[in-house]
Design a protein around this ligand. Structure first.
Ligand code: GDP
Length: 485
């Protein structure tokens, strides 16, 4: 039994291959957050940090890089060909153009796959192979879609009542009057006109857009209406809450056929529950291994009490999706496998660094006021204040003899700042205000004002270098480091 040296080498090579094949790992990372929370910027930065590692990277808190185990990362064809691709190239081009602009946000679900090569140091792999691969599948989807989950346990009537309640109270009431008046004119049992329903559904959708973008509200239902993805224009999105659903005779409602007004609305609602909401959970959500939920707490602080209260409500609705412990209603519907959940308070570069602690505790309170309902036993949870793409520099400025911390960046839009209008691209220096470290109480809103303004990305960024960031290395450490041991 003599094995030639060459034969031995071959055998060892085969064994290495086998081992690395079995120990190569795959992680599906889902990135969500309400629109404008910073998902597109986040994914762009995350990919940029990984593929440019070694080129001006400041990833000191990401062990694989810090310890020199990280070899390289590259984009490879994504897993599901029917899901749109996350357009990294367009996003990085926007950020590195001159003048730099923020990337166009995505409007639905998208995917991107990275192959990350590393040298295993601590695992048994180190005796067998020099290189292992972690395949990272990143899925981006609107947080608004998670707002729909609670609809699964509501009938059309119950949902209508709840939504009607929202639309008749502040601050939505003023804007909703004309729509509600039109719905009140409808005879629920008359034959349905598809055109009329489509028209009213459009009006309802326009209202939701106003709530989101003008009033800065977060509770938008159905979430798919403002971010329809590939369902834009489909009849399944053509329903709306029926204003007086509780005044309708129960028997007549039961017996209403699908071609009556109320019957058609009800049947579209139930199809929406099945074909849109449940389908998303079945086809995507259940496959996620790890999740990052991004939240912009600064804008609602700017907008005031109603906007902030709405964010609180939206967060608790979103968290229902992670409430899959023994007691959770949804544990019976789904059993997701998420083992790590990261909450990111985004745009931390909008405030001075000493405020980051307050940002974290504020978001923590938004999250953990629901904690007793959540079963986090099996899930590791963390909260970080981050900036995916840092657009400001911080420093100190003298103000009336005192040193005050300030940030400096390029103005994104015409805005009124302490009486002086700023012009696009102009360098501005501000003290944006203090972030409350607790959920603000009523009297808080009278005595505090915020001035978190939007900045343009810093100019002179290079796509072959790492984007400036705040704590993206800690994000990577929490989400990926344990898979690269
Ligand atoms: P999405 O709708 O969740 O994909 O949000 P985007 O990623 O498009 O972000 C919305 C806007 O927030 C951007 O256009 C930027 O103005 C701002 N933004 C996002 N991330 C950052 C960040 O890290 N720093 C700063 N200063 N602004 C950010």
């Amino acid at each position: 039994s003599t094995l030639s040296k060459r034969g031995l080498g071959k055998l060892k090579h085969k064994a290495n291959e086998l081992l690395s094949r079995t120990l190569d790992q795959q992680v599906t990372l889902a990135v969500t957050g309400l629109s404008r929370s910073g998902k597109t910027a986040f994914i762009t930065s995350l990919v940029n940090q990984l593929i440019n590692e070694g080129n001006g990277a400041k990833l000191s808190f990401f062990d694989p890089v810090h310890n020199g185990n990280f070899i390289a990362a590259k984009r490879v064809p994504q897993k599901h060909y029917h899901v749109p691709r996350f357009d990294y190239d367009a996003a990085i081009s926007a950020l590195t153009s001159d003048p730099a602009t923020w990337p166009e946000p995505t409007h639905g679900i998208s995917e991107l796959r990275l192959a990350i090569r590393y040298q295993p140091k601590n695992s048994i792999l180190k005796y067998a192979t020099d290189m292992a691969t972690l395949t990272l599948d990143i899925t981006d989807y609107p947080g608004e879609w998670l707002l729909d989950l609670p609809m699964l346990k509501q009938t059309y009537q119950e949902w209508s009542q709840q939504t009607h309640g929202l639309m008749t109270s502040k601050p939505r009431d003023e804007y909703s009057k004309s729509f509600l008046a039109k719905v009140a004119q409808l005879d629920p049992f008359a034959p349905a006109s598809e055109e009329l329903l489509a028209e009213l559904a459009q009006e309802y959708t326009a209202l939701l857009q106003t709530f989101r973008h003008e009033l800065g509200l977060s509770v938008i239902q159905p979430g798919r209406f403002i971010l329809p993805g590939d369902l834009a224009g489909a009849p399944i999105l053509e329903f709306f809450p029926f204003a007086n659903a509780d005044n309708i005779d129960a028997n007549a409602y039961q017996n209403a056929t699908d071609d009556s007004v109320i019957g058609m609305l009800r049947s579209r609602y139930s199809q929406y529950q099945e074909q849109v909401v449940r389908k998303f959970y079945r086809e995507h959500f259940l496959r996620f291994d790890r999740q990052i939920v991004l939240a912009d707490c600064l804008k609602p602080l700017n907008k005031g009490k109603a906007s902030f209260a709405d964010l609180e409500l939206a967060m608790s609705m979103i968290l229902e999706s992670y409430q899959y412990g023994k007691s959770g209603i949804f544990s019976r519907l789904f059993s997701p496998k998420i083992d790590k959940l990261l909450f990111g308070a985004t745009k931390a570069d909008h405030v001075t660094p000493e405020q980051h602690g307050a940002m974290v505790s504020l978001l923590n309170q938004l999250v953990h006021q629901n904690k007793n309902q959540l079963n986090y036993d099996a899930v590791a949870v963390k909260t970080l204040a981050i900036a995916a793409v840092k657009a400001t520099n911080s420093g100190v400025s003298k103000h009336q003899g005192n040193e005050v911390p300030v940030i400096q960046g390029r103005s994104l839009a015409q805005s009124e700042l302490s009486g002086t209008a700023s012009v696009f691209g102009e360098k501005i220096t501000v003290f944006p205000g203090a972030v409350p470290s607790e959920l603000p109480r009523d009297n808080y809103w009278q005595s505090n004002s915020f001035n978190f303004i939007e900045f343009a990305p810093l100019s002179g960024l290079n796509k072959h270098q790492c984007l400036p960031h705040v704590r993206m290395d800690q994000v990577l450490q929490f989400l990926l480091a344990d898979k690269m041991m």
